[in-house]
Ligand binder design. Sequence first.
Ligand code: CP
Length: 339
Amino acid sequence: MADNTWNRRHIISLEDFTPNDYQTILQTAASFREVLSRRTKKVPALQGQVITNLFFEPSTRTRSSFELAAKRLSADILNFSPGSSSLKKGETILDTAKTYLAMGTNLMVIRHQQAGVPTIIAQEMDRINSGVGVLNAGDGQHAHPSQALLDLFTICHNFNPANPHIDQLQGKKVVIVGDILHSRVARSNIWSLTTCGAEVHLVAPPTLLPKHFLEAFKQPIRQDNEATAPTERKLYLHWQLEPALENADFVMALRLQHERMSQHLLPSLREYHQQFGITRERLQLCKPTVKIMHPGPTNRGVELTSDLMDDPELSLVPMQVTSGVATRMALLYLIGGVK
Ligand code: CP
């Protein structure tokens, strides 16, 4: 399972990931998914290493699946909770990180409500030559790379469970609907899906998807072979749901945050559902094989109807959560192997 080409010590954003990086992650995650199907679901890959979960913001899925991934790799895991920590006594975030470094931490998984915190910690870990790898588990509105990577794995696994490959995304239409402007999940998915050859269609009311949003994604796709010219990303904006859904292969709904109403970005959740909610009727516009996705947590009956979320023929939502463990095992394994 060793991958000698992987040389990223940190995973902060997917902006500069190449097709080869994504394929390495898919292949490694597929191997770990096979491990997780065995009777003994544990490998000694990171035995003796210490992984610290530094979650400064609430999480159910990401935190628990990183913890389980670390345990399945036989690492020791430390879980930091801000409410019961010395942050309350005025200790800084950097001093908190250095405290865990002094206990022998090898990898840090960091979530923070403010964009940039994982970057600052990674820079400090490099500056002091700690050898520690940092994985961004979601920072403000910036990035949520492990979510986008598990989404990529889920989509490719849906086509070929034995051999998920990025080529399966070529020409596929993925619709992302919801609060795009404030979503770190949307940003990370746009980088990964467009780099792997999918057409990504973004849909939201204009207040949650301004025209200038595309400017951030002008950077062409960097190919692994330097001789191959970079290519443009296939990324489109829509302010109405129905035209975007036509012939879609995947529809990814995003969580709507309730504070958007108090910020006057949305009239009401009911009106949002009427215009942008995913319903069985609207899915008729998509390909017959369409699948729906949601990173969670979900507002049932707002982003999508409750029955759709629980429909095993249509919904990949439980599969996203399951894929999260194998994908995060792959990420910990890959960055844990960088010397
Ligand atoms: N999708 C996601 O990041 O969920 P949590 O906030 O529960 O980790």
